[in-house]
Design a binder for this molecule. Structure first.
Ligand code: PRP
Length: 283
């Protein structure tokens, strides 16, 4: 049985569960549980503290884990990153009080920096030849300068609201991070097969999120032109309409090209354009 570790609570919890559900895994009564079997896949979900997930995955207690890249970097463990998951995007940054005279990283020389990410910060400071003292705290890092505990902080920033509320200004981005799927380095062949199956499903779900399904009507004489505008999978599906000399064209389009494609299609006489989301996309 494949053991998949996810956050017990916190920012990644909801989206981790959603992703597994989108991959077809049925997980009953997950809230408040520490371990739950998946009904229709040979796996169980372990709900762990964020900071415990890297070690458990490295040691093989968990075969797979959904966790932030920032946590893996900080813990410095030997695990294999399989795929980035595109959610919980954030950055680890150094911030200073608004009123401080920060000019460059050199302003941190001999200063005190509070953080929950001492290892990552230490590596960064070393790479910049900065000699500062690191004060490790486990939470509410943003309050440290206000209570005289530190001159600067190093913490995760997502929307920037927490920094703003605490009169702090982001000065240096140390790393960009998002949720990713990691695997233990020495999984058995049977488990590797299960991991491959899950990875295949995740890729189908992710691919689908980047595309929309499109259908529209067009005079037959412009079908070739329409096909050249549509970067579909193979070629669009063409279905004749009852109206003579008209057809319905079906295809998929990348969301980021959406408006350019719609404008071009309209300019060659496309009508009744319908666009809908794609749930899964298997190539
Ligand atoms: C993180 C981080 C900041 C906050 C930043 O804490 O430590 O406090 O998010 O987010 P923002 O830029 O959107 O305001 P989180 O709420 O994840 O909990 P934590 O304190 O347990 O890390």
């Amino acid at each position: 049985m494949l053991k998949i570790a996810i956050q017990k609570s916190g920012r990644l919890y909801d989206q981790s569960i959603r992703l597994l559900n989108e991959c077809g895994l049925i997980i009953d009564n997950a809230k408040g549980q520490l371990k739950v079997s998946v009904q229709n896949f040979d796996a169980e979900i372990l709900f762990l503290r964020n900071s415990d997930i890297p070690k458990y995955t490295e040691s093989g207690v968990a075969d797979l884990a959904i966790v932030g890249e920032n946590v893996i970097q900080e813990m410095n463990v030997e695990v294999k990153k399989l795929i980035q998951l595109g959610f919980s995007k954030c950055r680890l940054s150094i911030a200073t009080p608004k009123q401080s005279n920060y000019n460059s990283i050199l302003s941190l020389q001999q200063k005190k920096i509070a953080t929950s990410y001492p290892n990552t910060l230490q590596r960064y400071l070393q790479s910049q030849n900065i000699d500062a003292s690191i004060h490790q705290i486990s939470g509410s890092v943003e309050i440290a300068p206000n209570i005289g505990l530190a001159d600067a902080i190093c913490d995760l920033v997502s929307s920037g609201n927490t920094l703003f509320k605490n009169n702090l200004v982001e000065q240096e981005v140390i790393l960009h991070s998002q949720a990713a799927l990691y695997a233990n380095e020495n999984t058995s062949k049977t488990k590797k097969d299960l991991i491959e199956q899950l990875l295949f499903r995740i890729e189908s779900v992710q691919r689908a999120k980047a595309f929309d399904y499109i259908l529209f009507n067009i005079p037959n004489k412009n079908i070739k032109l329409a096909s050249s505008i549509l970067p579909g999978l193979k070629s669009p599906t063409i279905i004749p309409l009852l109206t003579p000399d008209w057809s319905s064209v079906h295809s998929v389009i990348e969301k980021k090209q959406y408006w350019q494609i719609i404008n071009k299609l309209k300019s060659i006489g496309a009508e009744g354009i319908l666009v809908s989301p794609v749930q899964k996309m298997v190539l």
